[in-house]
Design a binder for this molecule. Structure first.
Ligand code: E4P
Length: 286
């Protein structure tokens, strides 16, 4: 069960890589088109550099951007020439009659293939039979036309498992957070997730409630942290009581405290005077 990042955005990809969870990255021409216009190859190389910087040589799908099968093979060969040093590279080829020949050709050249845009059981079976390493099923788009995306994923998973088909099922086209859960429950090996869902995947109001309660309970119980900043009157009085002989000398604490050269300094309003105290003794005033 693996999570891929469905994005071509460098910031989003890096944010995910920093958190260690991505097992792969999928791009497509539409995702590329959302980025600042630049040289396509340069952009892919930047993604590769990010993966290397985080020491994650994970699968990276780069999609052909032509409908002509011959040109697809040419582009795939160019991708390998440009990015082939990166061992995670795989070329995304859409499913189709002529495209099956493209998949076959790329496989004979030792190029890993992600067969994309699959919407049905039959397409997935054909893609894997032609040798695709990954078969991408488009969850949201299958549902757009009224089909049950979950049952498509379930059927493909069942057959791949029963027949020991080596292709991995990627579920993409995620539109809701529940699509991710459904796809995994249906047997997806991989779900490629648009980054806007990642935060949501780790958030829960009861988690926030529990965490806040733990922090607040601990704060009330533990001794105050000695660092520069604003103090509550209760906090400051507790220290001043210890630092002067008579509690009657206690000023009304209203201000800040700070630590300078190891001296714990309070600012206090005592009549018009400001007093400074060390943590254990009075050190001066004006
Ligand atoms: C991933 O590999 C696909 O290209 C992507 O998930 C498609 O998503 P969309 O249907 O939102 O375009």
């Amino acid at each position: 069960m693996k999570i891929f990042v469905d994005s071509a955005n460098l910031v989003e990809i890096e944010e995910a890589l920093r958190r260690g969870f991505p097992a792969g990255i999928t791009t497509n021409p539409s995702l590329m088109s959302k980025e600042d216009r630049t040289d396509f190859k340069l952009h892919i190389k930047r993604i590769i550099k990010l993966c290397e910087r985080y020491d994650r040589r994970i699968p990276l799908s780069v999609e052909v951007f032509t409908a002509d099968p011959k040109a697809m093979v040419k582009q795939a060969t160019e991708f390998v020439a440009e990015f082939g040093e990166y061992e995670g590279l795989n070329v995304k080829v859409p499913i189709g009659w002529d495209e099956l020949a493209v998949i076959r050709e790329l496989k004979t050249r030792g190029i890993r293939v992600n067969c994309t845009c699959c919407m049905s059981f039959n397409q997935a079976i054909m893609a894997s039979a032609a040798g695709a390493d990954f078969v991408s099923l488009f969850y949201g788009r299958i549902r757009d036309i009224g089909y049950d995306a979950r049952s498509v994923v379930e059927s493909v998973h069942r057959v791949f498992k029963e027949r020991s088909v080596p292709s991995e099922i990627i579920v993409g086209s995620i539109r809701h957070i529940c699509d991710i859960n459904d796809a995994f429950m249906a047997g997806a090996d991989i779900v490629t997730v648009p980054p806007q869902f990642f935060r949501q995947m780790v958030s829960h109001p009861k988690t926030d409630e529990a965490e806040n309660q733990f922090l607040n309970d601990f704060k009330k119980w533990s001794p105050p942290v000695r660092r520069a900043g604003a103090v509550t009157e209760r906090f400051a009085r507790a220290h001043v009581v210890r630092s002067v002989a008579s509690s009657r000398a206690l000023p009304t604490i209203f201000g800040n405290y700070s630590v300078r050269s190891g001296i714990f300094m309070f600012e206090a309003d005592n009549g018009r005077k400001l007093w400074h105290y060390k943590s254990s003794q009075r050190t001066g005033g004006n």
